[in-house]
Design a protein around this ligand. Structure first.
Ligand code: IPE
Ligand code: IPE
Ligand code: MG
Length: 240
């Protein structure tokens, strides 16, 4: 890869992994079978990041709105998250992946929270791919939680309201340690962002692709990244 190509590789890719339910439905299977098939893809895409030059990968695993699903599906997803973390922890550590979670953990059960904390700790010294998993994450919820903390700092005299500008709020967001996503991919053909990274994606490029998440291969990932390389990001300016 030439230097020119490298510069056109997105540093941070965020993915809305959608379409697991439809993938299962097409096969006449329960939705959870689709979620399991989807989880299998995650490892492949995480491992594809390093050779493709993607430093940060953020994946949307469960939204603050997904609690509206049936108890069976929610419970099955929570079991799957526990299983995934337990089964993959060692491999992620040895592959130099640094894992962090964003979202509101409070509503998750203690066992899952412990597994999440442990995986973050286990991989804290890794500096290869930075994998962020959005679990019980909602962009509006994140902004609301951030605003609450900011307000407490103002009330405590630690933050002067006069100093607040567009660089203040991001310091209170779950993503404080992340650059903004350069590219947001959504699988399954839906062209909406469903409350994902609302603040952070102000200038992200979007790719809405028809493939259902369990069918999304690293080859297709490479093609999406190549298309990103053709895009012209202007950030409101006129091209020189
Ligand atoms: C995405 O797949 C995974 C989660 C939201 C947890 P869906 O479960 O939304 O699959 P579809 O959209 O119903 O096909
Ligand atoms: C977005 O998918 C959330 C995740 C992929 C985790 P949804 O399937 O929940 O989104 P909607 O309901 O189609 O907007
Ligand atoms: Mg969906």
């Amino acid at each position: 890869m030439s230097n020119k190509d490298q510069a056109k590789t997105p540093r941070h890719v965020a993915i809305i992994m959608d379409g697991n339910g439809r993938w299962a439905q097409l096969r006449g299977r329960p939705r959870l079978v689709g979620h399991h098939a989807g989880a299998k893809r995650v490892q492949e895409i995480v491992e594809a990041c390093k050779p493709m030059g993607v430093k940060y990968l953020t994946i949307f695993a469960f939204s603050t709105e997904n609690w509206k699903r049936t108890q069976t599906e929610v419970a099955g997803l929570m079991r799957l998250f526990k299983r995934f973390i337990t089964a993959k922890a060692q491999e992620l550590k040895s592959k130099n992946v640094r894992v962090r979670f964003i979202g509101d953990r409070v509503r998750l059960d203690n066992r899952l929270q412990d597994l999440m904390d442990n995986l973050e700790l286990m991989t804290a010294d890794n500096d290869g791919t930075h994998l962020t998993i959005a679990l019980n994450y909602g962009g509006r919820d994140e902004v609301a939680r951030a605003t609450k903390r900011l307000a407490y700092d103002v009330a405590a005299g630690k933050l002067d309201p006069k100093s607040i500008n567009d660089e203040t709020l991001p310091k209170y967001l779950d993503t404080i340690y992340l650059p903004d996503p350069d590219l947001v991919i959504r699988t399954s053909g839906e062209a909406r962002i469903s409350n994902f990274l609302l603040w952070q994606s102000a200038y992200s490029e979007y790719e809405f692709i028809d493939t259902l998440w369990p069918d999304f291969t690293s080859d297709e990932f490479a093609k999406v990244l190549a298309r990103y390389g053709q895009r012209d990001r202007r950030y409101g300016a006129v091209k020189a």
